[in-house]
Design a protein around this ligand. Structure first.
Ligand SMILES: O=P(O)(O)OC[C@H]1O[C@H](O)[C@H](O)[C@@H](O)[C@@H]1O
Length: 619
């Protein structure tokens, strides 16, 4: 099951340079107090982050640098003054690697215009910074060593980044538990599992993934047992990483690698994670060993990390999975983009379901935090339909509960949740972390919510620790199939399709992404966000004078307007210099009218590329 833990020889190497977080007091430690602390406490844990560079004797020449992090925190960096400390690494803009609550960058060279910025030294600095953040947060006693699990998806840069992450963590004196190929939700789960045989629970976890992005990208998601880290913490970690990075030398890097290998263990954690999923379905079916016997279920993992679902979850439950496709990890993603929002991906799983006469098809994104399904007739159960289906299941268990969704959900979905299912639809913002945090907030103020879900296929349930887990969403569907069969109330995926009967769907539903040229003079040196806000304000003013259009009374991002039997939403992208425009309407003609209303308001903005909208209204 796992490799034995090797020794702990990292400690001698990391004795010279110390960067530490001091969130409360902003106190500066003097050089002497730092040196004393180092000798009198556990050498590598506590408040310090040690990044390897020089020798212990350089402790005598420590100087302190303080970097302010606004009102959240400050970093104190004690760096030995030594000319050999001059890093041979190029300056890196660490904050550019932030992507909401994730870190994303280019890890593989070869794509024009996309230089590599997620190098191994950068990765090490980020991992070391996360470990330092964790040490500061958990404040472990001197006798306890913290541990961080590290997993990755199928990307071709996974191995090299896993090594770099491991070395970065180990350089702080924190133990590293490598899981190898894993899913994002499994990584979070490892902070909750209580099983010392698997070295669990871990104190923190890092998933190496860039979700559905192209092969040359990669990135990180971070977890503690409180869930995924938020934007503010990621920003702190990146700023701290930049500071660490500046102090790294070639020699220090090499030394750290040799020493760090000793702090690394390997565990097959997916065994635990998949056993939990299997147990959940068995339990829902009334403790039947093979509740999915005679079901034919096809999995499409898109050559990402989700292939385990066929052999390790469905088959033990009795399902036949022949016809499943793209289960082998392949970081070049040769078949289709692993993304349940992608048309080609949905077409591929639909075809496989129909060709194999399967009862159900299941598709995951690369790191399995998103998913969708296809019923036996080839009907896609993704986007609004998946939300409707999950809402139906959750509202059966929790009548009247609030369903939190992202902002691009349809009016038909609201009507379905509120009129047909008797729940409440709280349409919030785009972004999986936003919807999850909002559901948690609602519960904290007394409004019961059990489901936070996006049209992207991210969905999190209260019963599953608010973890957005594509595999768990699919387990909820399997539970329904299994329990319906056990109770004799139905067999096959019709049970699921029947649940969303009455969901009204617009004949036309499009998303057009209007780019903002960040270098355009019209920005007057300002940010694309400020520019986008001006565009949105102007659209809001223009549409308010059109009697055929009505602004949505409650709306949390962008401008959402009803009219011509449909609606549109123009908002700022969470990450890109883009204004995504969603339009839904009963006919193409109505959709064009809505498109024209937007176009007439935004066309005067010279830095906005409206070509997609121009084309759409000319149809
Ligand atoms: O704002 P957009 O560019 O449409 O991107 C929004 C999406 O970004 C990422 O993919 C997040 O994982 C999703 O949770 C989010 O919905």
């Amino acid at each position: 099951m796992m490799a034995a833990k090797s020794g702990n020889s990292t400690q001698n190497v990391f004795l010279a340079q110390h960067c530490h977080w001091n969130r409360q007091s902003h106190t500066r430690f003097s050089s002497n107090s730092c040196a004393l602390r180092m000798r009198s406490t556990h050498p590598l844990q506590g408040w310090r982050l040690a990044w390897p560079d020089k020798s212990a004797m350089q402790l005598h020449t420590l100087t302190t640098h303080r970097i302010d992090l606004g009102n959240r925190a400050s970093i104190h960096c004690h760096a030995a003054q030594c000319t050999s400390a001059v890093s041979s690494f190029k300056k890196v803009d660490f904050l550019k690697l932030q992507n909401g609550s994730d870190i994303r960058g280019v890890a593989v060279a070869g794509v024009e215009g996309e230089p590599v910025n997620l190098t191994e030294p950068v990765t090490k600095a980020i991992a070391a910074s996360f470990a330092a953040w964790l040490l500061e947060k958990k404040k472990p006693s001197e006798s306890k060593r913290l541990r961080i699990s590290v997993g990755h998806d199928s990307r071709i840069s996974a191995q090299k980044l896993q090594d770099a992450v491991s070395h970065g963590i180990a350089s702080t004196g924190v133990d590293v538990i490598q899981y190898g190929l894993a899913s994002t939700p499994a990584m979070f789960n490892s902070t909750l599992t209580e099983d010392e045989n698997f070295l669990c629970p871990v104190d923190g976890s890092i998933m190496i993934t860039a979700s559905h992005l192209p092969y040359n990208r990669n990135g990180f998601k971070f977890f503690t047992n409180a869930g995924g880290l938020g934007k503010a913490d990621i920003k702190d970690i990146l700023e701290h990483a930049a500071n660490i990075f500046e102090k790294v030398t070639d020699t220090s890097l090499k030394e750290s690698e040799e020493a760090a290998n000793a702090a690394i263990s390997k565990v097959d954690y997916m065994v635990v994670y998949t056993a939990d999923l299997v147990a959940a379905v068995r339990k829902a079916a009334g403790n039947v060993e093979k509740p999915l016997e005679r079901f034919r279920i096809i999995v499409d993992a898109g050559n990402g990390a989700g292939g385990f679902f066929a052999g390790k979850v469905l088959e033990p439950l009795g399902a036949v999975t022949t016809g499943s496709q793209f289960l082998e990890p392949d970081g070049m993603f040769p078949n289709h983009v692993p993304n349940p929002e992608d048309k080609a991906a949905m077409k591929a799983i639909t075809q496989a379901v129909l060709e194999n006469k399967a009862d159900l098809g299941i598709i995951f994104d690369t790191d399995v935090d998103r998913s969708a399904a296809v019923d036996s007739s080839g009907r896609e159960l993704n986007r609004n339909r998946l939300i409707a289906l999950m809402s139906a299941l959750v509202l059966e268990e929790h009548p009247g509960t609030t369903i939190v969704t992202d902002s691009v959900t349809s009016d038909g979905l609201t009507a379905f949740i509120e009129k047909k299912l008797g729940g409440k639809h709280h349409r919030f913002k785009r972004g999986y972390k936003n919807v999850i945090d909002e559901a948690i907030r609602l519960n904290s103020i007394g409004e019961e919510s059990h489901l936070a879900i996006e049209t992207s296929g991210h969905g999190a349930l209260k019963e599953n620790h608010w973890l957005d887990d594509g595999a768990y969403l699919m387990v909820k569907l399997l539970n329904k199939l299994a329990s319906a069969r056990a109770s004799g109330s139905g067999s096959g995926s019709k049970v699921l399709t029947d649940l969303i009967e009455g969901l009204e769907e617009a004949a036309v539903a499009v998303e057009l992404r209007l780019k903002i040229d960040q270098n355009h003079a019209d920005l007057k040196g300002g940010s694309f966000r400020d520019y986008g806000e001006v565009v949105l304000k102007h659209l809001e003013n223009t549409t308010s004078s059109d009697p055929k259009l009505k602004k949505a009374p409650i709306n949390y991002e962008g401008v959402r307007v009803s009219g011509h039997g449909g609606w549109f939403l123009l908002r700022l992208s969470l990450h890109d210099p883009v204004l995504p425009l969603n339009i839904e309407a009963p006919s193409n003609e109505d959709a064009v009218k809505l498109g024209l209303a937007v176009l007439s308001a935004v066309k005067e903005f010279a830095a906005l590329d409206t070509s997609a909208l121009d084309k759409f209204v000319q149809k």
